[in-house]
Design a protein around this ligand. Structure first.
Ligand code: LLP
Length: 421
C-alpha cells in the first residue's frame, strides 16, 4: 500500500502534485511519502505485537536523514553496515541501544565507534573479524555483544545478485564452523556471545525458504544452548519482498510475523529483524522529465533526464519499475511502446525495453514507482551529473531533504597537484 495516486488528473504524493515538486526541486528527483513510511513501520510493528522484537530498519535501503528520523519516531532501530550508516542513524536520533552492526568487512575504526557508543549487537561474519573485535574491545575496556552470522546454505532472493545465503556466497560463517566459533568466543576477551544471526537475501516473496533457514538456525541455537552458551537473541535479517507489479503478491508482513512466532515459540528469544525494502520501497518514486523522442527503424526511444546513475536497479538487476505519466492520460490516449533510456554513455542506461504505456510528450514528467528502497542510496555522479535530489512529503507539505549539489560542490574534494598549477 502507498500514498501515490491521481487526483484531479495529476499524480500526487499524499496531498502534493508531483509536477509542483518537479517545478520547484527540478528533475530527476526522488519523492518520499511520510504516510507510507509510517504505515509500513506500523504494519510491521503491529504484526509483531506481543513478540519480544526489535525492528532494526536496514539503513542501506534508504539512509536519508529525514527518512531515518521519521522511522525513529515510529520506534524503529537501525541495521547498519558501516561507520557512516551508524553515524547517520545516531544523527537521526536512533539510540545506540537499537543499532545492530552487520557486514563482512568492518574496520577496526568502525568497531571502535560501535563499542564507544554502546550498540546493541555486532553481527560477526568470520573468525578473523571475531579476533579483531576482541582486540579492539579489550583495548577499549569494553565487551562486544556478538551474534555470529551463519550461512544456512538456503537459496532465496529475487535475483542471483541479491541472494546471500548459499554456501558459495561471501556472507556468514560456514554452517559447520559455527559450534567451534562459539566455543572460541567463551575464551575470547571482550566478546560476549548473545545470539545467532541469519540473512538469506532480499526481495523474497515466499516464506518457505525463510522458514527453512530460520528453523535450521533455531536448531543451532538449541544445540549451542545445550553446549552451555547463554544465547538470548536471534537476528533473522531482512528480505521480505514487495509488489513491484500490480499482480505481484509477496507474503504479507502478518504471515511473516506468524511464521516467525511459530518457529521461535517458547524459546524466550529476543527477535531482531532488519527490514529495509518492505518499509521504504513503495514509499518513494523517482520523477523524471521527457527530453526527446528518438525514432529508430524498429522502436522509439524515450530519452529522459534521469540516468542509470540516478536509479541503478534496472541496470544492475534487470529490475522492473512501473512507470506512470505524472499527467493522468485522458480517456482515449493512445498506448505506445517505448525503450526508455537515459543520457548516460552506456548501453545499460536503459530503464525499460519495449514498455507499453500511454504516449507522453516532451516536457511531460514520468514517475518510476517503488523506488524508495535502493534508489537514491545507489546513485552516483557518473558522467559528472549532479547527485539526484530528494524530497519528503507529509500531507500537504513538502521539503527538499537532499539538495542537488552545485558544480562547485561536485569538484570541491578535488585538488590540483603543484606541478599542474
Ligand atoms: N540485513 C542484511 C544483512 C542485508 O544484507 C540486507 C540487504 C538487509 C538486512 C535488508 O534487506 P531488505 O529487507 O531490504 O530486503 N540493492 C538490491 C538489494 C540489496 C540488498 C542488500 N542487503 C536491490 O535493489 O534489489
Amino acid at each position: 500500500m502507498h500514498h501515490f495516486e491521481y487526483k484531479s488528473g495529476r499524480l500526487h504524493c499524499e496531498g502534493v502534485d508531483l509536477n509542483l515538486i518537479a517545478d520547484t526541486a527540478g528533475t530527476p528527483v526522488y519523492v518520499y511519502s511520510t504516510a507510507t513510511l509510517r504505515r509500513h513501520a506500523r504494519v510491521i510493528a503491529a504484526a509483531f505485537e506481543g513478540q519480544n522484537c526489535l525492528i532494526a530498519y536496514s539503513v542501506k535501503a534508504n539512509g536519508n536523514l529525514a527518512v531515518l528520523k521519521t522511522l525513529a519516531s515510529e520506534g524503529c532501530g537501525a541495521d547498519v553496515v558501516s561507520g557512516g550508516e551508524m553515524r547517520r542513524a545516531m544523527t537521526a536520533g536512533i539510540p545506540a541501544s537499537k543499532i545492530v552492526f552487520s557486514g563482512v568487512g568492518k574496520t577496526r575504526g568502525e568497531m571502535a565507534l560501535g563499542l564507544e557508543i554502546g550498540i546493541h549487537q555486532f553481527n560477526v561474519e568470520s573468525a578473523a573479524e571475531l579476533e579483531a573485535l576482541s582486540e579492539v574491545a579489550t583495548f577499549l575496556g569494553k565487551t562486544a555483544p556478538v551474534a555470529l552470522r551463519v550461512n544456512p546454505d538456503v537459496a532465496a532472493g529475487g535475483h542471483p545478485n541479491i541472494s546471500t545465503g548459499k554456501a558459495g556466497d561471501k556472507f556468514g560463517v560456514p554452517w559447520a564452523d559455527a559450534p567451534a566459533l562459539y566455543e572460541r568466543m567463551k575464551d575470547l576477551p571482550g566478546i560476549k556471545a548473545v545470539g545467532v544471526d541469519v540473512h538469506i537475501g532480499s526481495q523474497i516473496g515466499e516464506l518457505a525458504p525463510m522458514r527453512a533457514a530460520f528453523e535450521k538456525t533455531i536448531s543451532l541455537v538449541k544445540q549451542l544452548r545445550e553446549a552451555g552458551h547463554d544465547l538470548t537473541r536471534i537476528d533473522l535479517g531482512g528480505g521480505l519482498g514487495i509488489p513491484y507489479k500490480s499482480d505481484d503478491s509477496p507474503a504479507p508482513p502478518s504471515d511473516y510475523a506468524e511464521m516467525i512466532r511459530e518457529v521461535t515459540e517458547g524459546l524466550g528469544l529476543e527477535v531482531i529483524l532488519e527490514p529495509g525494502r518492505v518499509i521504504a520501497g513503495n514509499a518513494g518514486v523517482m520523477v523524471s522529465e521527457v527530453l526527446y523522442h528518438k525514432p529508430a527503424p524498429d522502436r522509439t526511444f524515450l530519452i529522459i533526464d534521469a540516468g542509470m546513475n540516478d536509479l541503478m536497479r534496472p541496470a544492475l538487476y534487470q529490475a522492473h519499475h512501473d512507470i506512470l505519466p505524472v499527467n493522468e492520460p485522458a480517456a482515449g490516449t493512445a498506448e505506445t511502446r517505448y525503450d526508455i533510456v537515459g543520457p548516460i554513455c552506456e548501453s545499460t542506461d536503459k530503464f525499460a525495453a519495449e514498455r507499453t504505456m500511454p504516449e507522453v510528450a516532451v516536457g511531460d514528467r514520468i514517475a518510476f514507482m517503488s523506488s524508495g528502497a535502493y534508489g537514491a542510496v545507489l546513485s552516483s555522479q557518473y558522467n559528472a551529473r549532479p547527485l539526484v535530489s530528494e524530497v519528503l512529503v507529509d500531507g500537504d507539505n513538502y521539503a527538499i531533504v537532499r539538495r542537488r549539489p552545485r558544480f562547485e560542490d561536485m569538484i570541491e574534494l578535488e585538488q590540483m597537484p603543484d606541478w599542474l598549477i
